[in-house]
Design a binder for this molecule. Structure first.
Ligand code: SF4
Length: 360
């Protein structure tokens, strides 16, 4: 999918999800529960799975959290990634507990023998490691040489990469994160010239729901437009489920993934005689369970609405007290305004083929 060439990255397998190459750009998130609280963490992961999350990362802050990972892993159906800072013991426990991936910077876990131990454990189980460099936590030497620049992000990442390559380990993916969109883009462009490991992309600390979604969309459109990015996280100060919603909306807008409805709603004008904002919100909610890629229009007037949205699979156009239900511009019926949403949902559900099971 998409109109632009993808960077040729190598493929890695993270549990059952392929990352890199021409595999679909996968969507991930991170829980914000206390990982030691298995019940709360599982509840959040289940919600994430329901909205389409394809990989999930949990913070492993201590041994108690690390020892809970197998309990979490066995209850979920998407790959589990352990996020570890500084402590190689936690990485070894996480691997032992059966996680599918680690997020860890080898340069931060101490002596070379510790890196060797972690790499040996990951190699044995084919567990990839993500190197995640963040503009806010660059090494002192790197900042002294390159300042707070895109080059500094790249040099920091390459330093970590070398530690893994020295151990002949190449199940690597890399993220370079900055809260500055253009610095992030410049950094990934530079790194793409040097390695072919898959990239985990996103704009870090993007902000609250609306602002964060806009900033992420701007950054990801630029990155993905250049073919940079194999898996992504939209990082929002909001519930993790919202990150998944925003990520898919961005990928859908760019024609890179398909999932659920694409809502086409008009901005309204003086011809509209209904409360379109309310109606559009009702439709969005009523069709949130649909997984099939369908274009649904919600238009503000019966005169122009069906024609303006003729490319939509289904749509409604509101008038004064009554509205039209239409399919690809063709009017299917005229209904009281209060019945429009229900009729639309029924029509959409009818159109989705339910697979029939053939009895032998
Ligand atoms: S569909 Fe009707 S209300 Fe909406 S923008 Fe077009 S003319 Fe205006």
């Amino acid at each position: 999918m998409g109109f632009w060439p993808r960077r040729q990255s190598r493929e890695i397998e993270l549990g059952k999800v392929t990352i890199g190459g021409q595999a679909p750009i996968s969507v991930q998130s991170m829980t914000n529960t206390d990982t030691r609280d298995v019940e709360a963490t599982l509840a959040q992961i289940k919600r994430l799975e329901q909205v389409g999350c394809e990989l999930v990362r949990v913070a492993v802050q201590d041994e108690a959290a690390a020892n809970k990972l197998s309990l979490i892993k066995k209850e979920i159906s998407i790959p589990l990634i352990a996020d570890i800072h500084f402590n190689h013991r936690l990485a070894l426990i996480a691997v032992e507990q059966g996680v599918d991936g680690l997020r860890l910077n080898p340069g931060n876990i101490g002596a070379p023998d510790r890196v060797r131990e972690v790499v040996a454990a990951c190699r044995e189980r084919a567990i990839p490691i993500r190197i995640g460099v963040n503009g806010g936590s660059l090494e002192k030497e790197v900042v002294e040489s390159y300042g707070y620049t895109p080059r500094a992000l790249v040099e920091s990442a390459l330093g970590h990469v070398r530690l893994l390559e020295d151990e002949n380990f190449d199940l690597i993916k890399i993220s370079l994160k900055s809260s500055d969109v253009m610095a992030t883009l410049a950094a990934y462009r530079l790194l793409a010239k040097q390695v072919d490991y898959p990239f985990h992309v996103g704009i870090t600390e993007a902000g609250t729901m609306l602002r964060g979604a806009i900033k992420s969309a701007a950054g990801l459109a630029l990155l993905l437009g250049e073919g940079l990015g194999d898996t992504l996280r939209v990082s929002l100060t909001a519930a993790p489920e919202e990150e998944i919603f925003v990520a898919f909306e961005i990928l859908k807008s760019l024609g890179l993934r398909q999932r659920g409805i694409e809502l086409i709603s008009c901005p309204t004008c003086g011809r509209s005689e209904i409360e379109l904002i309310k109606l559009a919100e009702q439709v969005e909610k009523a069709l949130a369970h649909i997984r099939e890629p369908l274009k649904i229009a919600v238009m503000g007037c019966v005169v122009n609405g069906p024609g303006e949205a003729r490319h939509a699979d289904f749509g409604i156009a509101g008038g004064k007290g009554v509205g039209l239900l239409f399919r690809q511009g063709e009017v299917l019926g005229k209904l009281p305004e209060s019945e429009l949403v229900k009729a639309l949902v029924a029509e959409v559900e009818k159109s989705i083929q339910v697979p029939t099971i053939k009895l032998q």
